[in-house]
Design a protein around this ligand. Structure first.
Ligand SMILES: [Zn+2]
Ligand SMILES: [Zn+2]
Length: 424
């Protein structure tokens, strides 16, 4: 076991397990602004915030207010032949539901509205509990939900989608930005800052305040210990064996994710299959007085390029074509290259896995663009954008590749390198 490098001040008893290689580290205090990195695989175990709980609580409250403004006000006002449409994201969701695109409306509604809202509400409540110094029993359940919701909250992707949709549309009609778009811009920054407060970080605040038990180093071998994926509590495997649940937060705990191979392959194959209709079928249909035309994903990129927005064309191409293919290829590489040996190779595989996690949600961009375009161009009989069958397929590709990445266990690769007691 190795100590966490970082700007250590005073040692405090306890253990931290690396999520990516399962190495156990003795926990040390990290200076505000400093971070602790796994000495074996390089994963960032902890970034110590400079800000207090009151600051985070205030920021979360402000984010909730901005969230209401972003969704309650139009993102743009579009005028065409004397008619004006006030397009908002909630209106766009409602419109795609009314047009019979139920899967699309539910999917984008969840990742763009309901899950970010859930995340903010749970965070605000949890920070309130921590500030009061009182953890009610519901805190355990709330943190499990908060942990599950996190990866599916896609406001920054939605923000980029709004920009792309508006640029695409600005050439076709007179368009005025509404208050919603500014609010979405501010919300994106706020949520990016708040994403540091994951469930493990919140449980660590509880530990520091003496509200939750610490992971103790009781001298057992790393093999005999298991770490909770939600709260980071390191506990004896024997103690978990009976219930299968974490002794601190009650979430399911496994030494390694079960049935990893079958799950990852199933999701990868399903995503690769759904990726075909997502590319071949039309993403959207544009109806105007001149007639109607359909566009595939690549067609949309070419159109953006023709409009002179080569930068946005590149972004959409990267998000819709490069990212999904990279994710699939990276996951297949990670699965096939399991027999590669050596610390360096394992580190590279860990970086590759981090890349897959990082780019996970960005391919949702074009799906948001489609439903926003439909809301902006809602002039029946004059000019209309209708979502095509590829939009829902493409959303499914994003969901399936994210599920594949979540089923993959990066610790498995490191297992081969571990001789007994074999951390460096
Ligand atoms: Zn590690
Ligand atoms: Zn736990």
């Amino acid at each position: 076991m190795s100590a966490i490098p970082g700007e250590a001040q005073a040692t405090r008893p306890g253990l931290v397990a690396c999520r990516h290689c399962d190495t156990l580290h003795a926990a040390v205090a990290v200076e505000p602004g400093g971070m602790a990195v796994c000495s074996r695989c390089g994963y960032i175990l902890l970034r110590q915030s400079r800000f207090s709980l009151s600051f985070w609580s205030g920021l979360t409250a402000a984010a909730l207010v901005i969230f209401i403004i972003a969704n309650g006000f139009p993102i743009a006002h579009v005028s065409m032949l004397g008619k004006t449409v006030h397009a908002s994201f909630v209106g766009a969701l409602w419109l795609s539901w009314e047009n019979g695109h139920h899967i699309l409306a539910v999917m984008t509604g969840l990742v763009g509205f309901w899950l970010p809202l859930t995340q903010l509400c749970f965070l605000f409540w949890a920070l309130g509990c921590l500030r009061k110094g009182d953890l009610p029993p519901d805190f355990r359940v709330a943190m499990r939900i908060y942990h599950a919701v996190g990866p599916w909250s896609m406001v920054p992707v939605l923000m980029l989608g709004i920009i792309v949709a508006i640029v695409k549309f600005a050439g076709l009609a007179s368009l005025q930005p509404g208050p919603g778009i500014w609010a979405f811009g501010i919300l994106t920054f706020m949520l990016t800052a708040l994403s540091r407060l994951d469930s493990e970080r919140l449980w660590r605040y509880a530990e520091e305040a003496g509200l939750a038990p610490l992971s103790r180093d009781n001298g057992l071998s790393p093999e005999a210990m298991v770490a909770c994926p939600v709260c980071g509590y390191v506990q004896e495997r024997k103690a978990v064996a009976e219930t299968g649940c974490c002794g601190r937060c009650g979430s399911r705990v496994h030494k390694r994710r079960p049935n990893m191979e079958a799950r990852v392959w199933a999701f990868v194959v399903a995503a690769a299959v759904v990726y075909i209709p997502a590319n071949v079928l039309p993403m959207m249909e544009i109806r105007s007085l001149m007639g109607s035309s359909t566009h595939t994903i690549l067609g949309g990129v070419v159109e953006l390029w023709r409009l002179g927005s080569w930068d946005l064309a590149l972004i959409v191409f990267a998000a819709s074509v490069v990212v999904p293919i990279t994710k699939l290829v990276a996951l297949v590489t990670l699965m096939l290259a399991r027999r590669w040996k050596g610390e360096r190779q394992q580190r590279q595989r860990t970086r590759l896995y981090e890349l897959v996690e990082f780019i996970g949600q960005w391919s949702m961009l074009d799906v948001f663009v489609v439903i926003l375009m439909a809301a902006l161009a809602n002039f029946p009989g004059m000019s209309q954008v209708i979502a095509g069958p590829a939009a829902a397929s493409f959303g499914m590709v994003v969901v399936l590749t994210m599920l594949a990445a979540m089923s993959y266990d990066p610790r498995k690769g490191w297992d081969q390198e571990s001789a007994p007691g074999g951390s460096d």
